[in-house]
Design a binder for this molecule. Structure first.
Ligand SMILES: Nc1ncnc2c1ncn2[C@@H]1O[C@H](COP(=O)(O)OP(=O)(O)O)[C@@H](O)[C@H]1O
Ligand SMILES: [Mg+2]
Length: 339
């Protein structure tokens, strides 16, 4: 077993036939491939529901061996993403460069997949819309969004919308069993149901939980899964929190990115660990109350489908502000206790 490779990536479907569930979506996408044409698309839904996967499969089916040349994936939520879209009048933005060169291998158009497009500011969206129009002959956009309602109307109205809801438990089970079989690990009935339930329809989370469990034992029972999920790096979370609290925001943010993107931890796990660890910072009651309230808000928004990274970063920033306030208070000796 190659322990550095994430199973969620290794077992990402490559063809329509590998896709579990999603029959209605796949049949619409197949017809685009059959016609060799498609409108701009909007893939709406929470994390781990197959938005990126379906985009890549669509590109592979459409372009065959040239899919990489004709498909570009951008993440709008990193600053890089935003400047890529906004561009700069003196430099050709990445989108524009990609869009204006001819499609490969006789294709009629290229595809730009813009992940987390709902995190773009409305200015950036307006710029993007102009770019869409400028290159509409040779480019199709696929927007992925947790909250499609955050996209400006002119973009929404130009797209065919696909709703990606959380996977059914039966679909997640099929996926977990398929990976387990290919990797030669066994999963007890209880463990399977635990992994499935805790993933709440998020396939990436299911794959990560299975992989973390298999790391502990190749014969996975409920206890293994329990150990694997409850030990999701509390030390690292504690360090990230104390960095945020101490005003080392950048370092806290790097740790967060590593957890989210490097190791694929789920944001809900991260929040619940933050919730447990916040009590160890030794905060006075009012600051603790403030922090716990903000953690609750972040969790709520994440469960509602808001961008994980933005919510978690904002939580770290708020913890940083609480830390700053506490340091300022302690610089003014005693006054606080005078009545
Ligand atoms: N329909 C599917 N069938 C099988 N596996 C899937 C399916 N959709 C997603 N996955 C698995 O879940 C992982 C995360 O899916 P992804 O497409 O990246 O989700 P999203 O872009 O919606 O966050 C993929 O790497 C893949 O392994
Ligand atoms: Mg994605």
């Amino acid at each position: 077993m190659d322990e550095t490779e994430l199973w969620a990536e290794k077992y990402r479907p490559r063809r329509f036939d590998d896709i579990i569930g999603r029959e209605a979506i796949v049949s619409r996408l197949r017809s685009y491939v059959g016609n060799r044409n498609l409108p701009h698309l909007l893939f709406a839904g929470p994390a781990g529901t197959g938005k990126t996967t379906c985009s890549i499969v669509l590109a592979r089916e459409l372009y065959g061996e040239y899919w990489r040349e004709n498909f570009m994936e951008l993440n709008a939520s990193d600053e890089r993403g935003i400047s890529i879209v906004k561009g700069d009048s003196s430099h050709h933005s990445k989108i524009k460069t990609f869009a204006r060169t001819a499609p490969f291998g006789g294709a009629a158009f290229k595809i730009i997949f813009l992940d987390e497009s709902d995190s773009l500011t409305s200015d950036a969206q307006a710029a993007l819309r102009r770019t869409m129009e400028m290159y509409s002959r040779t480019c199709r956009f696929i927007f992925s969004a947790n909250f499609p309602g955050k996209l400006i109307d002119p973009i929404q109205s130009r797209c065919a919308v696909f709703q990606f809801s959380p996977f059914q438990d039966a679909d997640v089970e099929r996926y977990v069993l398929k990976i387990a079989e290919s990797e030669g690990v066994t999963v007890s009935r209880e463990a399977l149901s635990f992994i499935t339930r805790s993933s709440r329809g998020d396939m990436r989370k299911a794959a990560n939980t299975l992989q973390a469990s298999a790391f502990l034992s190749r014969s996975i029972d409920q206890e293994t899964v329990y150990q694997a999920t409850s030990s999701a790096e509390p030390e690292e979370i504690a360090q990230m929190l104390s960095d945020a609290f101490g005003g080392y925001f950048q370092r806290a943010r790097n740790t967060l990115d590593e957890m989210l993107f490097g190791r694929g931890y789920s944001s809900t796990d991260i929040v619940s660990h933050i919730h447990r660890k916040i009590f160890d910072l030794g905060l006075p009651d009012d600051a603790l109350l403030d922090a716990v309230t903000r953690i609750g808000e972040a969790e709520f928004r994440i469960v509602q489908g808001a961008s994980d990274r933005i919510q978690l970063e904002s939580l770290l920033a708020q913890i940083g502000l609480i830390g700053k306030r506490e340091r300022e208070k302690s610089k003014v000796p005693r006054q606080r206790t005078l009545s």
